[in-house]
Design a protein around this ligand. Structure first.
Ligand code: AMP
Ligand code: MG
Length: 268
């Protein structure tokens, strides 16, 4: 998979997130300003998803990671708006249930990868199973290394089985997180989004940054690249992601399957 994007992470590159922009606007003055471009991408994606679903040749797996409030939910509504819901699954990865915790590493992630023809969106992902133990020092360095190796093998196996994997790290600044949390506090309609874990985990911002700086280059590969998407501005974030999706979908060059019967011979 060859993708031209200024946001792609080179395999094993040295990543310092502070050197990656969070506030790129792409020239859009507001989220509304980006809407015409986004609408064009959306139309293309809807058309291409129809072929994707019909052909049943590939799975598209979209992994979304980011700090709390980075915009994973908003990105999902933008990516999936208009697409055929029958061709799409969204899986949100929460704190593992007792059953999930008893299973092997990657069990719940593998079970959530949809079959060929489908687009699967991971709202958080198997990466959470390394991030949280890394930040809270629940795993040894050896286990973290092993789990990184397991993820590399897992994603390579998926790619060998026609799964196209795209991983997006939604990159916001600490100040932007402050603004977003404050607006959740100020707006009664957003109170339901407030969770204690957001405020607890925010104190570990630097540790999460360290963890991502380790994980992104260690697991970005041509068949499963990571993109660091500047996400302070939602308009730019949406356009940056949708343009990568359009490029990748086009590059797959999928066709509608041949009909199983000759339509010219059908008499009603
Ligand atoms: P949210 O995405 O805001 O609904 O929050 C989900 C919460 O589940 C976040 O605080 C995640 O860090 C947490 N979470 C997800 N996966 C794991 C995991 N494997 N281990 C521990 N916590 C997790
Ligand atoms: Mg949250």
């Amino acid at each position: 998979m060859k993708i031209k994007s200024p946001h792609v992470v080179r395999p094993n590159a040295k990543v310092k997130l502070s050197r990656f922009s969070t506030d790129e606007t792409g020239g859009f003055k507001s989220q509304q300003d980006a809407e015409p471009v986004l609408a064009k991408h959306r139309k293309t994606l809807i058309d291409m998803q129809d072929v994707f679903y019909a052909s049943q040749k590939k799975t598209l797996l979209i992994v979304l990671q980011g700090m709390d409030t980075a915009g994973k939910d908003g990105t999902i509504s933008h990516i999936s708006s208009g697409v055929n819901p029958q061709g799409c699954t969204v899986t949100s990865f929460k704190v593992p249930t007792p059953l999930e915790a008893r299973h092997d590493f990657l069990w719940r992630a593998h079970a959530a990868v949809p079959p060929r023809g489908m687009v699967g969106i991971f709202n958080r992902s198997h990466y959470e199973d390394i991030l949280v133990p890394y930040v809270h020092k629940l795993s040894s360095k050896k286990t973290i290394r092993q789990h990184i190796a397991d993820i590399l093998e897992f994603e390579s196996m998926l790619a060998d089985n026609d799964v196209v994997i795209l991983k997006f790290f939604l990159h916001i600044s600490h100040e932007e997180q402050t603004r977003r949390l404050q607006s959740r506090i100020d707006d009664p309609d957003k109170h339901w989004k407030l969770s204690e874990s957001d405020f607890r985990e925010r104190k570990f911002w630097d540790d999460y940054t360290d963890a991502y700086e380790l994980l992104l280059p260690a697991t970005s590969r041509p068949h499963a690249p990571w993109f660091v998407i500047p996400s302070d501005h939602k308009g730019y974030r949406n356009v940056a992601i949708s343009s990568i999706l359009v490029d990748v979908m086009k590059s797959l060059n999928l066709k509608y399957p041949k009909p199983t019967m000759d339509p010219t011979k059908i008499q009603l």
